[in-house]
Each structure stands twice: as structure tokens, then as C-alpha cells.
Design a protein around this ligand. Structure first.
Ligand code: FES
Ligand SMILES: [Fe+2]
Length: 438
């Protein structure tokens, strides 16, 4: 035994040394640190792209957004193909990207002008004029900035980040967005952490620890709710080409407190104030859940490239999409869906009040930013350390091992040989782990 109490170590095939029994498939062994590329991602709210171009970093790429001659939002690389200046002209940049205002680049409506030598580009990325070389310059037809396909839906600009031909956007957005009866609300924030951590934890056991005692829960009386003491086990209830559903098999039956023999204590230790049996989060439980027919209770989805539905009940569904910015920064989209028919007439105004004054306060802010973010942020959690995962981690094991092989990146870019070889390696690793566990 070593001085830190570690018994023995094992060497992995890729040369890492792990404590005996640690999971051999790390967070990023197959999941790309900068995200899957062959997908449509939400980029920016349409209303934020006006006459002035704005820049955003996505999946490590710097993009610039502006309105083309048709008034549609176009996206190009933010680097001018002439000599590499930022087309956005932005200089007050942060690692997470913008949007920030540029300078001297919006002189021609429908085009973007490089602030350095004044080369002008249209929405497809084609250079149409080189102002400082004059009207007879031969360069414009030869210069093209990389163009990223865009689609505007539900007030959101989506961008195809892939190298290959874009798929119809409907393949990459959960179907209920396209329901005529839907209202879509978005809340976007930058989080200092890797994108994948906040996806893979969405259906692990942390909720019963982290999400049980915040003063914001006073307002909807959830602080007094009888919460289960543990999750117990998770299982994959359904699997598709680009998604899985995960259910907790023990939570519904778990007691409010449980006894731990080694500690000679119960946990949670104080439960006398938990007397409510109905769940109030997410609105009235009298209304049926409409947007996710797969979810019988507190279950959820992992959907490629980066969608999760951590919770939802009553009249609304709460989804998140984690858009990688850099390896340590993610732009977190929280999307709330409800039905127009739940809020007819003047009640629509009441929904806005409920959404801004209660829902945002409780969920994306109170739950995610106050409780999740501090634990998972850079400096608080190191995803590159060896891990030992258990029965409540089946969702993330699947996310790390199986979902990458389902991804469009695997099918279109990684190559079938690599995918087959990786699948074989996973099988070997699982067999080895099983043997070592004996
Ligand atoms: S670098 Fe853009 S015009 Fe020269
Ligand atoms: Fe959480």
C-alpha cells in the first residue's frame, strides 16, 4: 500500500496509470472535448443580430454573424481570408466569445467589411470588393471566407458546424419544438466548464445531494417536499439512433431518510420539515405533460449532440443544450417549452410573469447556476483524474462509451474502421474490468 492509501495500480492500453478498479473509459476518451461537429447547434438569439455584426466562439471556432442582403442571419469564420484580421473587428474579447460590437465593418447593408483593408464579403463568404485595392482589384473572386450554414427557428439562429453536408435541421432538434402549439423560451449563460460534464451528470444521483436545500426553494414550497434520500440505481429505459432515456429505479420508492451503519447516523439528518407530498416545480401537476411521451416520471433524455431534459412536470418541459465554446467554457442554453393552449388569451401574459419571476429564478438560476455550476466548474472538478463509477452512473457510462459511436461524427468522419476498432476496444476494456472486479 502506498502512503496515500492506494493499494495498486493498473496500466491502461493508452499508457495511463489508474488505481486498481478505476473506470478505464475516461470522460474524453471518445467524447470530443470540443463537441461533436456534424450537427446543428443553437448559436444566438435572432434578435441579437441587427445591423452590427457580432462574434461568437463555438466548438473552438470564431464565427461572425451578420444580416445578408435578404435580411437573413449569415455566419462566416471571423478571420478574414486576406490577412487574418477579425471581420467582427472586436477587440474586447473574452474566452467565451461575444456577442460584442465590432468596428467599421457594417458600411454596406447586407455585407461585412473587414476593418483592416476593407475587403467586403457577402453572406455566402464570397469577397465582392477590395476597397483598398480599388474597383479593378483581381483578388475578390479568389477570396472566400468559410461559410457556416444557418437556419432561424423559434427566434434562435442555428448553425451547422460540420465539415460534411448539413442534414435537415429537424433531425437535430427534438420534435416537440416543431409542434404548432408550442411556446419556446430561452435563457443563455456562459459556464466555466467542459460542455460534456454538464450533460453526463444530468441523470446521475447528484440531485438528491445538491438539489435539496436552497433558500429559493422556499418560494415554491419545494424545500418542504418529501425528497428521496437516494437514487439507488439507474437504467436505460429506451435507446434510439441518437438518444437514450434513463430512469431511476429506486428513487420513487426511496425513504426520506436512510440509516448508514458505518456512520451510525441517518442521512439526511434533518427531515422534520419535509411534509409536502406533492411536487410543485414546473407548474401544476394537474395538467398532463405534453412534450415528452417517453417520460413517465422524473426521467430524462440524453440526445446528440448535447441536449438533455433534466426535469419537467405539469405544463412545461425544461431542456438544456450545451454548446462547447472552448475546452473549459460552455454556452448553456436552457430552453423551456410550454403549450400555447395552456395559456390562452390574457393568461399568455401570466405565463411570461411565471416564466421570468418564478421559473428562471428557480431552475436555470437557482438550481443550475447556484447549485450545479459551483461543483462542476473548472478548478472545482477535474475530469482528467481517475474515476470509479457506480450503479447510478449508467447514463454517463453510456454517454461516454456508446453515444460517441452513434454520433454522426463517427458515421461520417471518424471512419468505419476506427469505429469498429473502438467498439472492439470498449468490449475488451469492459471484459478486463469485469475480470479485475472479481
Ligand atoms: S485582413 Fe481583412 S482586408 Fe486585409
Ligand atoms: Fe443538477
Amino acid at each position: 500500500m502506498t502512503t496515500n492509501g492506494q493499494h495498486r495500480t493498473v496500466e491502461t492500453k493508452d499508457g495511463r496509470t489508474l488505481p486498481f478498479g478505476a473506470s478505464q473509459v475516461g470522460v474524453f476518451e471518445l467524447v470530443p472535448r470540443l463537441g461533436y461537429r456534424e450537427y446543428w447547434y443553437p448559436a444566438i438569439e435572432s434578435k441579437m443580430v441587427k445591423r452590427k455584426p457580432v462574434t461568437l466562439k463555438m466548438l473552438g471556432d470564431d464565427l461572425v454573424f451578420f444580416r445578408d442582403t435578404n435580411g437573413k442571419v449569415a455566419a462566416l469564420t471571423d478571420y478574414c481570408p486576406h490577412r487574418g484580421a477579425r471581420l467582427s473587428g472586436g477587440f474586447r474579447r473574452t474566452p467565451g466569445g461575444g456577442p460584442i460590437p465590432g468596428k467599421l465593418n457594417d458600411e454596406f447593408k447586407g455585407y461585412i467589411t473587414c476593418p483592416y483593408h476593407g475587403f467586403v464579403f457577402d453572406g455566402s463568404g464570397q469577397c465582392v470588393a477590395a476597397l483598398t485595392e480599388g474597383p479593378d482589384s483581381k483578388l475578390p473572386p479568389k477570396l472566400r471566407a468559410r461559410h457556416y450554414p444557418t437556419r432561424e427557428l423559434f427566434g434562435i439562429v442555428f448553425v451547422w458546424m460540420g465539415e460534411t453536408e448539413p442534414v435537415p435541421i429537424e433531425e437535430d432538434i427534438p420534435w416537440y419544438f416543431f409542434d404548432d402549439d408550442v411556446i419556446v423560451e430561452t435563457y443563455v449563460r456562459r459556464w466555466d466548464m467542459n460542455w460534456s460534464l454538464t450533460i453526463e451528470n444530468s441523470h446521475d444521483s447528484h440531485a438528491v445531494k445538491i438539489h435539496r436545500g436552497n433558500s429559493r426553494r422556499l418560494w415554491n414550497l419545494n424545500l418542504f417536499r418529501k425528497s428521496p434520500a437516494y437514487h439507488g440505481h439507474m437504467r436505460i429505459s429506451e435507446e434510439g439512433d441518437n438518444y437514450i432515456y434513463i430512469v431511476s429505479t429506486a428513487e420513487a420508492k426511496a425513504p426520506v431518510t436512510a440509516y448508514y451503519d458505518n456512520l451510525k447516523k441517518n442521512w439526511p439528518q434533518k427531515t422534520w420539515f419535509r411534509f409536502r407530498t406533492t411536487r410543485r416545480t414546473g407548474g401544476s401537476t394537474k395538467k398532463p405533460k405534453q412534450f415528452d411521451p417517453h417520460r413517465p416520471g422524473y426521467t430524462g433524455v440524453y440526445r446528440l449532440p448535447a441536449w438533455v431534459s433534466p426535469s419537467g412536470s405539469g405544463d412545461r418541459s425544461h431542456l438544456r443544450c450545451a454548446v462547447p465554446v472552448t475546452e473549459n467554457v460552455v454556452r448553456m442554453w436552457t430552453v423551456t417549452l410550454t403549450r400555447k393552449s395552456f395559456w390562452p388569451g390574457l393568461k399568455r401574459f401570466w405565463w411570461k410573469v411565471v416564466y421570468h419571476a418564478s421559473h428562471v429564478y428557480q431552475l436555470p438560476q437557482g438550481t443550475n447556476e447556484f447549485e450545479d455550476m459551483p461543483v462542476q466548474s473548472v478548478g472545482c472538478l477535474d475530469p482528467d483524474r481517475p474515476q470509479k463509477i457506480g450503479a447510478t452512473d449508467v447514463g454517463l457510462i453510456f454517454w461516454r462509451r456508446r453515444m460517441p459511436l452513434k454520433s454522426r461524427d463517427a458515421q461520417r468522419v471518424w471512419g468505419t474502421k476506427k469505429v469498429a476498432a473502438t467498439a472492439a476496444e470498449i468490449k475488451t476494456a469492459e471484459e478486463r474490468e469485469a475480470a479485475e472486479a472479481l
